[in-house]
Design a protein around this ligand. Sequence first.
Ligand code: TRP
Length: 328
Amino acid sequence: MGKQIMLSGMRPTGALHLGNYFGALENWVKLQNEYECYYFIADWHALTTGYEDTQDIKSNIYDMVIDWLSAGLDPEKCTMFLQSSIIEHAELHLLFSMITPLSWLYRCPTYKDQMTQLKEKNIASYGFLGYPCLQAADILMYKADAVPVGEDQVPHVELTREMARRFNYMYGDVFPEPAAKLTKAKVLPGTDGRKMSKSYDNTIALADDPETVRKKVMTMVTDPARIKKDDPGHPDVCTVFAFNKIFNEEGVEETESLCKSGGIGCVQCKKNLAAKMAIMLTPLYERRQALLQKPEYIREVIEYGNECARKIARKTMADVRKAMKIDW
Ligand code: TRP
């Protein structure tokens, strides 16, 4: 039996931050060693909410692929491709749109959420409503067994399964039903203690150099109740401590007890954290510096991935047309 097939995508929103890294990318890097993995840049998906301003899409794609490669995705181990280069996704999306009841799309929780949250943008478009159809096409095109995603994407994978069942029922077995593979959430707050997010300006980017990371760590919010260095601290409300859980697994218990007993000041604690972060992030940073020297390599990686993806997509579409008897 061959390896299981994993597929996942990310919208090209520009440079990734550590929250994105620990939320998804770190896991993608691990999976490429065990499974047949397809990772793609969902640039058409970015248009569903961002069609008005496409100025940055190209540079965002480039920056994201650099982040992927710096983090350790390896073109020898996984297939990385660009959604809009595989035109078959548009065809499958169209065919799925024919068989998808509107009620499935209207009841999708992400549709309802975003319609209320992104009020200032005019997203009440046909493409935005049909987003889950496009996502189903992305996933089923490669007959994925599992889709590594965060909690927020589970309704889309569920809809994909329904779509596969409906298609198979009407036209015969073509698609397996993929499962969502939930990423164990390692949640990293932003430097101000809120959720790490570009819109809060509290991120640490994967691309930040070690000195920038150190400076950002030094501004992190700690326990507000701790005024003097030997006041007992409350690690559970401290951002620096939340980072220790991820970057300092061996030392986290010691840090906790030192903080609680007032045995270490916040400044020293931040310095220790910055040192631990440098150990983990420096190799990524160095890989990035090397990649920046050869911009044409980024394009080669994607073009190579596109070739591999396209072969599979063509085969799937031949099966689909045949099953639907539109292979005239
Ligand atoms: N909808 C996903 C997001 O916004 C991106 C995405 C598009 C995706 N197609 C996919 C993820 C297929 C997994 C599988 O993050």
